[in-house]
Design a protein around this ligand. Structure first.
Ligand code: CA
Length: 229
């Protein structure tokens, strides 16, 4: 079934680019220029996702977001917010009000399309669309040796689990290949730095399957790897 998306954006050039990128991906896009019009659209149609600008000629997208979250029918509707460059306060408010994701202008249409698809997938998987700041990005179930990203369980091998778990515990820090080897392989002397690199590569691919919009593991030349959250 075609996903239906409501786009609230008053800048015609941005709206055209966004609509083009999303329609090319097979989504059905309805475009509103005004908050008033978006309200009418939502009253008479069911949408799978809302893409929302903040500054509109007849009001604020944040007011609409508040009402969307307060209405039972739309409380869990995925919302992606477009915030103007430098408007940090809009972004913070938007996340507090329950936006699921945001993009700062200017953004690439490809990135927008990737995030929209990630949001739709999450919603389709029955994951609750609670605000991104309320739900932990990663959950490490150490007893079960399972890790989930954005509420979706990752299918990891034992080594991959140990690697990611180690990176998660020291998120934001650089881990040397030696440290990662020790954490994931213990005393297995067959393993080398190359083994770590190979496993990091497959890990990245698995993370990308859940969240194509972000690269979580960064490479630090000559030093090792870091999980950025
Ligand atoms: Ca605007």
């Amino acid at each position: 079934m075609t996903a239906k998306l409501l786009l609230l954006e008053d800048d015609p050039a941005i709206a055209r680019t966004v609509a083009y990128a999303l329609e090319r991906d097979g989504l059905q896009v309805t475009h509103s220029l005004l908050v008033h019009d978006a309200r009418q659209q939502m009253a008479s149609h069911r949408f799978d996702l809302l893409v929302l600008d903040v500054g509109l000629p007849d009001g604020s997208g944040l007011d609409l977001l508040r009402d969307v979250r307060n209405a039972a029918r739309t409380a869990s509707l995925p919302v992606l917010m477009l915030s103007a460059h430098g408007e940090e306060i809009d972004r913070v408010l938007g996340l507090e009000l329950g936006a699921d994701d945001y993009l700062t202008k200017p953004f690439s249409p490809r990135e927008l399309a990737a995030r929209v698809k990630a949001l739709l997938r999450r919603a389709g998987n029955g994951a609750s669309s609670t605000p991104a700041i309320a739900a932990p990005l990663f959950q490490d179930d150490e007893a079960g040796q399972r890790i989930s990203l954005r509420g979706q369980a990752l299918l990891l091998t034992r080594r991959e689990y140990r690697l990611l778990s180690c990176l998660l515990r020291g998120a934001g820090r650089i881990h040397s290949r030696d440290a990662l080897l020790a954490a994931a392989w213990g005393d297995d002397s067959e393993s080398t730095d190359r083994t770590v690199d190979t496993h990091i590569k497959t890990l990245r691919a698995k993370l990308r399957e859940v969240d194509p919009a972000r690269e979580y593991i960064s490479t630090h030349r000559g030093m090792g790897y870091c999980l950025d959250v």
